[in-house]
Ligand binder design. Structure first.
Ligand code: PHE
Length: 457
């Protein structure tokens, strides 16, 4: 049996294999962030110089915070709130958990909307709706679709329903089972697209855009975007990996697991870049086209290439799968919390969470149409949730988690968890301590102060 037995008699569901946890956590990390967002923000911020800063953020800040989350989760075998209450009773650290829950609600609300678009586009690709359309028509099709009321909400609800079904099935029989199948499929489709893209005539300029750094194109904004995206892409700062960590077996080498997840996420983001930019350049499209890059530009690219319909279907299926394995992980944070806190069944907890989050997603969807007039701080509802969660709550949560592990957690707990009670080596422990104590919190604080306009680069 793979169940992890904690504190003698409480038996919990859990991941059964090393590959299962890596597939699930990499599935969480790899999502719309990698395939939809990473290429377009790389395009906006000028290409490879942005990528280099992003990679530094991933290694120096993302990786140690990921390990921190995993170790807190596995140490306590609890969700986002229970874990802090257990490790630091009678203190306020558990508030990190409430921030995480708020972020989970907001992210899944808007994420479900974009995920719904990917399902609609999969159907459009299957029914050949891109065929024969000009660039303007494809743009009109996208704007018309996201601006309409019924269809985007319909697909959002369907997508959220599927997410709920997998989460209801549990860790071993739901999340582990499906991500283990879905992630390799995703990799195969992406590699196929890369091969197609780099063999297009004129692909070289796209590769140069990815490989030859031009630091003059990198702004302070770009640096901030790189840090924020590192959190979003690695699913950090809101307890996703803490929650998954709580289901990891005691004999798992957490350091290796964190490195594998980080590597997989980064590798897929770079592959997405290789799949997209050579094609974008080969067809003379503007790399800084923004969020529409995937939904407007790529169908355009697909229709101009041999076997285009096939690649269009493959691409949108890929995007939908990537979105699904990420949404599952966000929902799991809320489900685990509800089950733990109110002792209701997993099914009930999941249904409550799905209904509440989908409801919050509806105004996000309407932000592009019926509710586009509604603006706060110059942002529509969708942008507002994206901004508050990804740019504020995740980095803040990440900073607090790093501070917690660096300064509050007992050294014995920490060493015990990272070395599996002394049975494995962790030669990198002192480097890890410097990163969580100083490097990660200071860099994040710096970005915040800059964001608030208190310091200027
Ligand atoms: N990492 C996911 C992506 O790149 C999004 C996500 C954010 C998932 C936060 C979980 C938590 O698409």
């Amino acid at each position: 049996m793979g169940d992890v037995t904690v504190n003698s008699n409480v038996s919990r569901d859990g991941f059964t294999t090393k590959w299962g946890i890596i597939a699930a956590a990499a599935g969480s990390a790899i999502g719309l962030g990698n395939i939809w967002k990473f290429p377009y923000i790389t395009g906006i911020h000028g290409g490879s110089a942005f990528i280099i800063v992003y990679l530094v953020c991933i290694v120096a800040i993302g990786l140690p915070i990921m390990l921190s989350e995993l170790l807190i989760g596995r140490r306590t075998q609890k969700g986002v709130i229970g874990s802090f209450k257990k490790l630091a009773p009678k203190s306020s650290w558990f508030l990190i958990g409430y921030m995480g829950l708020a972020a989970a609600f907001m992210i899944l609300a808007f994420y479900g909307v974009v995920a719904g678009w990917t399902v609609d586009y999969t159907v459009k690709a299957l029914t050949g709706e891109f065929t024969g359309k000009s660039a303007e028509q494809l743009e009109g099709m996208f704007d018309g679709f996201i601006g309409s009321t019924a269809m985007p909400i319909f697909w959002q609800v369907i997508f959220m329903g599927i997410t709920g079904l997998i989460v209801v099935a549990g860790i071993k029989n739901g999340i582990e089972k499906y991500t283990k199948i879905l992630m390799p499929i995703l990799l195969v489709i992406l590699v196929m697209l890369c091969v197609r893209s780099v063999t297009l005539p004129g692909a070289g300029a796209g590769l140069a855009f990815l490989l030859e750094p031009d630091f003059s194109k990198l702004s302070a904004e770009g640096v901030i975007a790189a840090l924020g995206h590192a959190f979003f892409s690695l699913s950090l700062g809101m307890g996703t990996l803490l929650t998954y960590g709580s289901y990891v077996r005691k004999d798992n080498n957490l350091g290796n697991t964190a490195v594998n997840i980080t590597f997989a996420d980064t590798f897929i983001a770079l592959l997405a870049g290789v799949a997209i930019f050579p094609a974008v350049f080969a067809f003379g499209i503007e790399p800084g086209a923004g969020p529409g890059l995937v939904f407007i530009t790529l169908p355009n690219v697909f229709m101009q290439m041999p076997l285009g319909s096939f690649f269009a279907i493959a691409f949108f299926v890929l995007l939908a799968i990537a979105a699904l394995t990420s949404s599952i992980s966000i929902l799991e944070v809320v489900t685990t919390y509800l089950c733990e806190q109110s002792r209701i069944s997993r099914v009930k907890a999941t249904i409550i969470a799905i209904i509440a989050i989908t409801a919050l997603g509806i105004p996000c969807s309407l932000s592009f149409g019926a509710m586009s007039e509604f603006k706060l701080f110059d942002k529509n509802f969708f942008e507002l949730l994206d901004y508050i969660s990804a740019n504020i709550l995740l980095p803040l949560g990440g900073m607090l988690i790093a501070l917690f592990v660096g300064w509050k957690l007992k050294r014995k707990d920490l060493e015990d968890e990272l070395t599996n009670g002394g049975s494995i080596q962790a030669a990198w422990l002192s480097t890890f301590m410097i990163l969580v104590r100083v490097v990660a919190p200071v860099s994040i604080a710096f970005v915040f102060l800059h964001g608030l306009g208190l310091i200027k680069l």
